[in-house]
Write a protein that binds this ligand. Structure first.
Ligand SMILES: Cc1ncc(COP(=O)(O)O)c(C=O)c1O
Length: 490
């Protein structure tokens, strides 16, 4: 066969392992045509001959020829075979679209918001979540999947048709009632079910907050360090992000007000800063409420994993202390149940209920109802409370194991940063060290630790790493610690 056709074909067929061969063959010919290696009018090899040369099936070849023909790159002449389209030059639309896809040049610009997200997005963050010590991973093997499955099938059988037509943007009413009750008793949140909006994870709640509360250029104050999901939302919304360093009492609102007089929103994690685990003191909470009132600012209270506190009683949440409806409370089931459930909620001041319902309706109509109905049953039948109790006990034990090991075996190189709960422990290096390089080295050994410095927006940073303990047995943690021991001196 004419060599022109199979120039580089082996290479092209070996590329992109996840694509079917007919598609790779299509891409190969399309590229040759667009790059003018195959001129208009050139006859393509007969499908039988090409299939034989490449040791692939003839159907595969005809399938890719059909696709090329459908896209206008080749034409068939009865009895004579396939030819590169003669008038391809004139068919500027085909060439235009295809060349753009190939070379990725002169593509229309994406929105500024999307570019911010592309720059911040770190896909590898999600790849290693199964290896110790990924933070935020609950004990997934302990989840009562059989109970969940039973509740799910019962729901479908009893109310399938009715649930299939639920369309309240606020979410499934019985679940909202359960959440309001739970928050009232466990967190002293002051709300009724109508103020609860079910969202697809706290992350969507934060995104909705950005859409409803901020215009471009609004001043939003965050804690430094901060969870990247929070600063991504602020930057994506085009708001002005001001990350203010926290101390051992949390964020100082008076200091923020002096720095940024036009503050529109404080976005804080008073129960436990992510990642440091610092709890905002009561004095600072009261000061924050006072300053927000003076500035007529909103307060977003992200209370993502306050259920896991191991020392002492939790402090009252800001929402429960708020007298004038300026706190939006954000909660999530990712930590207590499992992250892929994508269920979270907002507790809204009454004045914001309508704007948030409207925004939610335009964003995705409402969060998928079936899992909400199952979660409502999970609450009503007492499984939620018992799962939480079990996990608190298990995590307390796992955390204690990790604290002891760090204390016994690593105190010369590392110190533990104080925190009373959460699903991870933060450690800092005793001597200055590049924590990103350290984390990368460990990842190569199959151990996940998140570098602490990456969570900071300002120049003043701590260097160390996060060790998630909740999702790992003592044996798994011991294996991870052995690797850390090996790498630490290097
Ligand atoms: C502080 C904080 N807020 C929000 C979230 C997002 O939670 P969800 O999984 O419910 O979207 C996380 C997740 O790690 C978090 O750490």
């Amino acid at each position: 066969m004419d060599n022109r056709f199979i120039l580089n074909i082996d290479f092209d067929l070996k590329e992109k392992q996840d694509q079917p061969i007919y598609r790779k063959l299509y891409d190969h010919f399309r590229k040759m045509i667009l790059q003018k290696q195959l001129k208009p009018g050139t006859r393509l090899p007969a499908s039988r001959e090409l299939a034989k040369d490449l040791s692939i099936s003839r159907n595969t070849v005809t399938e890719s020829y059909s696709l090329l023909q459908a896209d206008g790159f080749i034409t068939s002449r009865t009895g004579a075979g396939y030819f590169v389209t003669d008038d391809l030059e004139d068919n500027s639309f085909i060439l235009h679209v295809a060349t753009e896809q190939d070379a990725n040049i002169s593509a229309p610009k994406i929105a500024e918001r999307a570019q911010v997200w592309v720059d911040l997005h770190n896909p590898s963050r999600h790849l290693h979540n199964t290896m110790a010590f990924a933070p935020g991973r609950p004990a997934l093997e302990e989840f009562p999947y059989d109970i969940w499955a039973r509740l799910l099938s019962r729901r479908w059988r009893l109310n399938g048709a009715r649930l299939s037509m639920e369309e309240d943007p606020a979410g499934y009413q019985p679940l909202r009632a359960q959440i309001a009750q739970h928050l009232h008793s466990s967190r002293a949140v002051n709300c009724d079910a109508d103020q609860i909006l079910i969202v697809s994870g706290a992350q969507q709640g934060l995104d909705l907050i950005g859409r409803v509360l901020w215009d471009k250029g609004d001043d939003v104050v965050l804690e430094d360090p901060v969870f990247s999901g929070i600063n991504g939302v602020v930057e994506g919304a085009g708001a002005k992000l001001h990350a203010v360093s926290i101390d051992e009492e949390g964020l100082d609102a008076e200091k923020c007000a002096a720095l940024y007089p036009a503050i529109k929103t404080f976005l804080v994690t008073p129960s436990r800063n992510y990642p440091l685990g610092v709890t905002m003191s009561l004095a600072r909470r009261l000061s924050l409420l006072k300053v927000a009132k003076e500035k007529s600012a909103w307060i977003v209270e992200d209370d993502f994993d306050s259920d896991f506190r191991f020392d002492g009683r939790p402090l009252s949440c800001l929402q429960g202390l708020d007298q004038d409806g300026r706190v939006i409370y954000v909660g999530s089931f990712s930590r207590i149940l499992f992250p892929a459930l994508r269920l979270g909620f907002l507790v809204l001041p009454k004045s914001l209920v309508l704007p948030f319902h409207a925004a939610k309706a335009y964003v995705d109509g409402h969060t998928s109802i079936l899992s909400q109905a199952v979660l409502a049953d999970f609450f009503i039948q007492g499984y939620y409370a018992s799962h939480l109790r079990r996990m608190r006990k298990l995590y307390r034990e796992r955390r204690q194991y990790l604290l002891n090991r760090l204390d016994e075996d690593f105190h010369e190189e590392l110190h533990i940063l104080p925190s009373d709960g959460g699903l991870h422990i933060c450690v800092a290096f005793n001597k200055p060290r590049d924590d990103v390089a350290f984390a990368l080295r460990l990842a190569g050994e199959g151990v996940t630790v998140r570098p602490l410095s990456r969570f900071y927006k300002n120049e003043t940073k701590k260097y160390g790493f996060l060790l998630g303990f909740a999702g790992y047995s003592e044996t798994e943690m011991a294996r991870g610690l052995d690797k850390i021991r090996e790498i630490l001196p290097l």
